[in-house]
Design a protein around this ligand. Structure first.
Ligand code: ACO
Length: 364
């Protein structure tokens, strides 16, 4: 028996899995289009609710406005708050990421609200309540009239954020809301294609997001910055990690062959926050040394800064504990998961790829 040589790209690199009007990643040119617009201008001109409205309109084919989305999400946050106690009690003893998974999996429909609204409305309420619970604090009820990003920070802290902080988190949520056929979106689309409901699709998306090769990277980015600690230790620490064959968190990407455009968007957002920043100069030196070391060691494979490096610095500056970075990422990415799930369902076609069998065959 001969084992056939592998003919399937092992990571499905470059294999289109769906046709979408929601977003496009151009890895050669470092360009990300979301709902027809480049991510940079989009993040500086449109609120998270505005982008959600555009994604949901594209995904469902039914026009939704920013004002309708804002009202609906306010109602979604209130419903989620009323349902908090049961889940919060059951989440004790779990890590923040795992407790959030339990919460996402436990979401269910509400009369008068779409599943999309229940889901996207619930995530910031759950993230904020979970973080407060870890600090021994009671949850803070949502303000249905506030923006989604501002309300997340308010529910987390118990006081309203500054305008700059709310705008920074809003820009972050827009920047990460969708990104082509990334692993979590693919997972959500596969589940949606089976005609399972949106709650199942989003639970699958969140589970895929938690891995450190995808949305679980920003916490390790901060751990890396902490472990390096001082300017003199940058070179030996990074060289040592690469000598041991470790991956530097916040660098590299499956698709981008140049810099991840989201890194620059978030770097600019970080710059608007001024006072509550960790040492940005130090982070910039770590980034520069890492990029150079990766270029020297992998001359044939451009590896540059990805979105997670500045996500870590931004969320840290906003006072979000690092254990909650992945749930906060999910608050943004849920916009894309729900839109993709709707778009997939409209095709009416089960996703069921083939495989190449390279195992043994029975003797005749
Ligand atoms: N540090 C060091 N080496 C790296 C890194 C890195 N961050 N990324 C890739 N490489 C190396 C690989 O080990 C591989 O080396 P080899 O050829 O000697 O085996 C080579 O570069 C090529 O790797 P790719 O095939 O381009 O990497 P892949 O597409 O499998 O991985 C990934 C992409 C998972 C993002 C990877 O770059 C990585 O692990 N980065 C660190 C984790 C991270 O930042 N994740 C967040 C990604 S952004 C997001 O999902 C939201």
């Amino acid at each position: 028996m001969t084992i056939q040589p592998r003919k399937v790209p092992i990571g499905l690199d470059g294999v289109p899995a769906a046709e979408t009007v929601l977003s496009n990643v151009d890895g050669e040119n470092g360009e990300l289009i979301i709902a027809g617009e480049l991510v940079g201008p989009l993040a500086s001109s449109t609120s998270f609710e505005g982008v959600i409205a555009r994604l949901w309109t594209l995904g469902t084919g039914v026009v939704t406005t920013e004002a309708q989305t804002r009202r609906a999400l306010g109602a979604g946050r209130q419903i989620a708050f009323a349902r908090l106690p049961h889940w919060l009690n059951s989440a004790d003893g779990l890590s923040v990421v795992d407790a959030f998974r339990v919460g996402v999996a436990g979401l269910r429909g509400e009369e008068g609200l779409s599943a999309d609204t229940v889901i996207v409305g619930a995530l910031p309420v759950m993230a904020a309540a979970l973080i407060r619970r870890r600090m021994g604090e009671a949850p803070v009820s949502p303000d249905p009239d506030a923006g989604h990003a501002a309300d997340l920070l308010r529910m987390l802290r118990g006081t309203a954020p500054s305008r700059a902080e709310a705008a920074a988190l809003d820009a972050y949520l827009v920047t990460v809301c969708d990104h082509g056929m990334n692993a979590s979106t693919f997972a959500a689309r596969v589940v949606a294609s089976t005609a399972a409901d949106l709650f199942c699709a989003v639970t699958a998306g969140y589970c895929a997001l938690t891995g450190p090769l995808h949305g679980g990277a920003p916490e390790p980015v901060l751990e890396m910055l902490d472990a390096i600690g001082s300017r003199e230790r940058i070179a030996p620490w990074i060289d040592g990690a690469l000598d041991r064959g470790e991956r530097l968190m916040g660098f590299g990407h499956r698709i981008y062959r140049v810099r991840d455009p989201r890194a620059d968007v978030l770097k600019a957002v970080v710059g608007t926050l001024g006072s509550n920043l960790r040492d940005l100069g130090f982070a910039a030196e770590v980034e520069a040394y890492a990029r150079n070391a990766l270029r020297t060691r992998k001359p044939d494979r451009p590896l540059d800064t990805n979105v997670e490096f500045f996500t870590a610095i931004l969320l840290d500056a906003l006072g979000i504990p690092r254990q909650a970075f992945t749930p906060v990422f999910a608050v943004g990415r849920a916009a894309g998961w729900t839109a993709h799930a709707r778009e997939q369902q409209r095709t009416g076609r089960l996703l069921r790829p083939g495989s190449l069998y390279s195992g043994e065959r029975p003797e005749n």
